[in-house]
Design a protein around this ligand. Structure first.
Ligand code: B12
Length: 209
């Protein structure tokens, strides 16, 4: 862990953040490890927002700075693998427009040989159902950063079941406030803490070493 990077992200100190990302890259630190430090910093941003030390403008700024850092890390997010292992449909549930985590997961899954269908943010249930029918994915991912959107995930998964598609797919959920209890509540197969967990779960499912 780079405490300097965590603090720079938490303090929205763009210049320190840029130089630390570059330094870590030069030292050969794995891209996903750098992302984890940034995520840790984002959690502090979230806490400061909750405690009213930061306002919406700082949340917006944190997203911009995070994206800048991710661009510096580049298309280097994991061991590239051209083979196609299967299809992964992913979106952020309706009511929620957070997309940074979703974009990291889709990038990392793509780099690891999965054909990714990204449905975007604020995705209605009908779009997940249509995408499952059309693309026949093995795994569906739902990203959710708002506790107020948990019931949306539950409704979405129940509707996938009602459409007779639930047995065809494994459904993973993730995002800041989720955990295994959330996964059980909404009827998902599993909760994944990081993008790498998602890759490992999907590979295990498809018996890929
Ligand atoms: C940046 C940010 C924003 C930005 C988002 C910009 C963007 N383009 O995404 C903006 C400013 C738009 C925003 C808006 C809001 N936000 Co906001 N936001 C955040 C913040 C600070 C960081 C989120 C983030 O990007 N983290 C970094 C990424 C990399 O982490 P991640 O998303 O968790 O993803 C990783 C893993 O979780 C996992 N993962 C994620 N999804 C998935 C899915 C699958 C399938 C898998 C396998 C894995 C996986 O992989 C990723 C990489 O490892 C969080 C704080 C926090 N602790 O998360 C608050 C936070 C999520 N926001 C919050 C709130 C309240 C809001 C607003 C309601 C504020 C307002 N008053 O308007 C709005 C909601 C708008 C909406 N309808 O969606 C609250 C939610 C509280 C709650 N209990 O629900 C938080 C927790 C802040 C807080 N502590 O109060 N926000």
């Amino acid at each position: 862990m780079s405490q300097t990077l965590i603090n720079a992200m938490a303090d929205l100190d763009e210049s320190v953040l840029v130089s630390e990302v570059n330094a870590l890259k030069t030292q050969g630190v794995a891209p996903l490890e750098i992302i984890q430090n940034l995520q840790e910093g984002m959690n502090i941003v979230g806490k400061r927002y909750e405690e009213k030390e930061y306002y919406l403008s700082e949340l917006i700024m944190s997203a911009e700075i995070f994206k800048e850092a991710a661009a510096l890390i580049g298309g280097d997010l994991s061991g590239a693998n051209a083979a196609s292992h299967g299809t992964f449909v992913m979106g952020t549930i309706y009511g929620d427009i957070h997309d940074i985590g979703k974009n990291i997961v889709t990038t990392v899954m793509g780099c690891n040989g999965f054909n990714v269908v990204d449905l975007g943010v604020d995705v209605p249930t009908a779009d997940y159902i249509k995408a499952i029918q059309e693309h026949k994915p093995q795994v569906v991912g739902i990203s959710c950063l708002l506790t107020t959107a948990f019931d949306g995930m539950k409704e979405c998964i129940e509707s996938i079941k009602a459409a007779g598609l639930r047995d065809n797919v494994k459904i993973l959920i993730g995002g800041g406030p989720c955990d295994q209890t959330t996964a059980d509540y909404v009827g998902a197969d599993a909760y994944c803490k990081t993008a790498q967990d998602c890759v490992e779960y999907a590979k295990k499912l498809m018996d890929i070493k």
